[in-house]
Design a protein around this ligand. Structure first.
Ligand code: NAD
Length: 429
């Protein structure tokens, strides 16, 4: 059983999961403790970093199609706003809880800081199973969330975006409700919108494209054909990174969806697989050599890209991982214990707050375009993304060399330094 959050305890977001694994927030705590020594953090600094600034936990009624009223429990956690308005997705999931949202909001604060965005970090969650709701019920749930939260969100307060099980349609319902309440247009209040209503060109591919720019730089002097890559997850992030790397000549030997993985030592034809998946097909039905989702993680490859769920590599399978580098396209795919084991094995890990930051970077571009009412070409968006993410990557590499740190600790230390500097300038510490 997860321990309940205790808001009087500054360590309260640290948890153990059912299997006794430390959760991602414990990972944050472990990384914070490493940075504590490096950065000479005071107890006040640690308090600021460990404590969400604002926790909103609401319960609101929604009339369902059968005429009955259902009470919807939902959250928004604005973790740290020292660098600017907070930013982060809203997920719809029956199991989403305050602890999980706090952990993800913490990571968002680090991600926006690391990439030099003028934002703090936040996350939201609504405890529903969207697959069991009709479209009109989903709309009511989305609009109801804004009715509860509108005082606390807005282009200069907190800017939500899509996350697990939320999409551009949900953002439009939410934006429309927000605009009705405040009585004016406010496209910059939400990102991840359709292009017609203020979304940015390039946003859809931005998470994968951001990692692609990092990998293109990392492997620039190597023969791509000789580099074997495995990608777990073939959704928005996974299929797009596979396609970008395939087009550059890398050898993608394995990919997977939730049904199965497929494997070919000589390289898979990614275009063919994308076409296959477009028909709503599952890899289990694909004609070719199969590999399980567990075994795909253990392949002897140059690069492993987890792009599906969090927590897929734990202390149980970490010792069997043979990849030379892991790029975390998913959020928190490694448990803290797995992270330590892999670090000891000398496996390089490009951490999630850097590897998947392309999404929030282009969300920031969307907000800038909304604010100035002037929209950029896709090329312009991609060039700006490349410049921003490579700046962050190079800063992390320099920090890593300077202090002999792994990439995760380097990323955390840069992000934390900026947050604390902003807090100091504001006089909070
Ligand atoms: P998605 O829903 O589009 O795709 C998820 C993929 O994972 C699907 O192919 C699905 O079949 C597969 N999958 C599900 N369960 C699996 C399992 N048990 N084993 C193997 N594969 C499984 O989601 P997405 O948007 O591609 O996001 C994937 C990850 O990337 C998530 O962790 C998300 O938090 C992270 N991420 C995404 C973005 C973004 O902009 N899309 C931004 C930042 C982080």
């Amino acid at each position: 059983m997860k321990k309940k959050i205790n808001l009087n305890n500054t360590n309260s977001i640290i948890k153990e999961d059912k299997a006794g694994e430390l959760t991602i927030c414990e990972n944050c705590e472990i990384q914070l403790s490493k940075v504590q020594e490096l950065e000479n953090l005071s107890s006040r600094d640690l308090f600021i970093l460990k404590t969400p600034r604002r926790i909103l936990n609401v319960n609101y009624p929604v009339k369902m199609d059968n005429g009955k009223v259902q009470i919807i429990n939902a959250f928004r956690i604005q973790y740290n706003d020292s660098l600017g308005p907070t930013k982060g997705g809203i997920r719809f999931h029956p199991d989403v809880n305050q602890e999980e949202v706090a952990e993800l909001a913490f990571l968002m604060s680090l991600k926006t800081s690391l990439t030099g965005l003028p934002y703090g970090g936040a996350k939201g969650g609504i405890r529903i199973n969207p697959k069991k709701l009709s479209l009109s019920e989903l709309e009511e749930v989305s609009r109801g969330y804004v009715k509860e939260m509108f005082r606390f969100i807005g282009p200069q307060k907190d800017i939500p975006a899509p996350d697990v099980n939320t999409n551009p349609q949900v953002m439009i319902w939410m934006m429309d409700e927000y605009e009705r309440i405040i009585g004016e247009k406010a496209p910059g209040a939400f990102t991840g919108k359709p292009v017609l209503l203020g979304g940015s060109l390039g946003r859809n591919e931005s998470t994968a494209r951001g990692l692609f720019y990092i990998l293109e730089e990392k492997f620039k002097d190597q023969n791509k054909k000789n580099l074997k890559i495995a990608v777990q997850g073939f959704g928005n992030a996974g299929s797009k990174i596979a396609k970008f790397l395939f087009d550059l000549g890398f050898n993608i030997v394995a990919v997977s969806d939730s049904s199965s993985g497929i494997y070919n030592e000589d390289g898979l034809k990614i275009d063919e697989l994308i076409k296959f998946k477009k028909k709503n097909a599952k890899f289990i039905d694909y004609v070719g050599k199969k590999i399980s989702n567990e075994d795909i993680l253990k392949l002897d490859v140059d690069l492993l890209i987890p792009a599906a769920l969090g927590g897929v590599i734990t202390k149980k399978n970490a010792t069997k991982i043979k990849a030379k580098t892991i790029a975390e396209l998913a959020n928190a795919p490694l448990s803290p214990e797995a992270d330590s084991i892999l670090n000891k094995k000398g496996i390089e890990i490009i951490p999630d707050i850097l590897a998947n930051s392309g999404g929030v970077i282009v969300s920031y571009f969307e907000w800038v375009q909304n604010t100035q009412g002037y929209y950029w070409s896709e090329d312009e968006v991609n060039q700006k993304l490349k410049s921003k993410i490579l700046n962050a990557y190079n800063a992390v590499l320099m920090q890593s060399k300077k202090y002999n740190l792994n990439l995760r600790t380097s990323s955390y230390s840069i992000a934390i330094e900026r947050i604390l500097e902003a807090e100091k300038m504001r006089g909070s510490i």
